[in-house]
Design a protein around this ligand. Structure first.
Ligand code: MN
Length: 489
């Protein structure tokens, strides 16, 4: 039996604190989800805002393979809104725990919730909507009531019935018990909706599927309210690789989907997140790398290519000869034994100082070592900067180029820009240098943070990467620029 996947990145995911997506972004994410192969895209809550309504409408017009769904409460206006937005279906929830019933329908009893639900489902069907009916906060509700509620939903011809662990308090054992019972009571497909408040969303969802659930809800990167929802990429990979349950998901698109959602929501994926985290297929240790290069299965449970990623080898204080050789090859360099030793030594030194060793560093180290005898042509003798609220930033530099002194002054939009302009002007007669990219990152958290500036410079067809790390952002930039300059001139 095929397991249905309802992706709620655009609804529960968008309810992540601080996240708000534009209609265009929602359409792009929906297209990606469709190509990923999810069966149902919960695209928003039509009644909640003009933007959500518009997004559901536009996504519905795209003619995607997936069923387009709107979230709804058991209210006529919610159903009308979803139908007017041309949604194929609604995921409609009724409160099931006492907390929810009392907060949403004061002074009403459980029977009232069942009555209202039946009315709403019937009305939604009249309006041509497929209904997935869910019990909200079911994990804290009286289970017998949840069963009656979902059975009433089934009798009113809801197509799918959902058990929502709204505040993420299920355990795998409880989930198994619940799903097995629901499967006995209900003939229509049963779905599970999990949250990650205790870090159990993935395992609970997996247990639900393993115990007979026909459908699960999830979001890309596990984004969602509070600690988030169950992460689609984790569930898909666990089910297939650890339990042998295949989904209809195009796994090689998982990483791309993760990156798109990260970019649009600005919810950064932690580096150690399973499957999609930056470090999930990154190796630094020399011992690991050397084994990996012989057989990648030694330190990888699955190949990164499976989910559309690439293995990354980084050099740091744990670097070994094998990883240096691999990276040298990638850069197109060759080094003799003595040079290799020197490169390795310098990389480890940098790593030992607590620095992240970037490709730019490796390249710089390698180039420095390979041209170990060439003296620096450009030296910074003096440097000054003026900036302020009503002052155009202005920098002056005194450089020694091939022993000859050069003094230049330049203005800029900011102090860094002014400094770079001044240096550029000073070396103009020697070389035409273009700044290709400039990237700055604070390594620690305060205003006294060490900032790491990585720049790319271009002269003719040659591009070099260089870095400067200082507590002073202007000096870090100048250092990086001069380092690059010395490689180019
Ligand atoms: Mn939810």
């Amino acid at each position: 039996m095929r397991i249905l996947v309802l992706d709620t990145t655009l609804r529960d995911g968008e309810q992540t604190p601080g996240v708000s997506l534009t209609v265009e972004q929602k359409v792009m994410i929906a297209e990606t989800l469709d190509s990923l192969g999810v069966d149902i895209i919960e695209a928003g809550t039509a009644i909640s805002s003009r933007g959500d309504f518009e997004a559901i409408k536009q996504i519905s017009e795209r003619g995607l393979k997936a069923e387009i769904c709107s979230f709804a409460r058991i209210k006529k206006e919610d159903i009308d809104s979803a139908a007017d937005a041309n949604a194929d279906s609604i995921f409609m929830v009724a409160p099931s725990s006492d907390y929810h019933i009392h907060a949403k329908f004061p002074r009403k009893e459980k029977e009232y919730v069942i009555e209202k639900s039946i009315e709403a489902i019937e009305y939604a069907r009249e309006r041509g909507l497929i209904v997935e009916f869910g019990a909200e906060d079911a994990s804290r509700a009286d289970f017998e009531f949840v069963i009656s509620l979902l059975k009433a939903g089934e009798e009113s011809k809801a197509e799918r019935l959902t058990f929502a662990d709204t505040v993420g308090v299920l355990t795998p054992e409880k989930t198994e018990e619940i799903i097995k019972r629901l499967k006995k009571e209900i003939k229509k497909p049963v779905a599970i909706h999990c949250h990650d408040d205790f870090g159990l969303a993935t395992v609970n969802t997996v247990y639900a599927v393993k115990s007979g659930a026909d459908e699960f809800h999830a979001t890309i990167n596990g984004i969602g309210e509070r600690a988030g929802n169950a992460a689609l990429e984790e569930i898909a990979m666990v089910l297939e690789f650890l339990y042998g349950i295949k989904l209809n998901i195009n796994k090689e698109k998982l990483y791309q989907a993760s990156k798109l959602v990260e970019k649009f929501t600005r919810v950064v994926v932690p580096p150690n997140k399973p499957i999609v985290g930056e470090n999930a297929f990154t190796h630094e240790s020399g011992i690991h790398t050397s084994a990996l290069l012989k057989d990648s299965r030694t330190y990888e449970p699955i190949s990164p290519e499976v989910i559309g990623r690439k293995r990354v080898l980084v050099l740091g204080k744990h670097a070994g000869r094998a990883s240096v050789e691999a990276i040298l090859k990638e850069l197109g360099y060759s080094a003799n034994q003595q040079q290799m030793d020197e490169i390795l030594l310098r990389i480890k030194e940098l790593g030992d100082r607590g620095k992240r060793v970037t490709d730019a560093d490796v390249k710089t180290i390698v180039e420095t070592v390979l041209q170990i005898k060439s003296e620096k042509k450009v030296k910074l003798e003096d440097f000054a900067i003026v900036t302020g609220k009503n002052t155009t930033p202005m920098a002056s530099v005194r450089l020694k180029i091939d022993g000859e002194e050069k003094i230049e002054t330049a203005i800029g939009v900011g102090p860094v820009d002014a400094a770079i302009n001044a240096i550029r002007r000073a070396v103009k007669s020697y070389a035409d240098i273009k700044l290709v990219s400039y990237h700055v990152e604070a390594i620690t958290g305060g205003t006294d943070a060490l900032v790491d500036v990585v720049i790319q410079l271009k002269r003719g067809n040659r591009v070099v990467t260089a870095r400067g790390a200082r507590a002073d952002i202007v000096m870090a930039s100048v250092e990086a620029f001069l380092e690059g300059l010395n490689m180019l001139i």
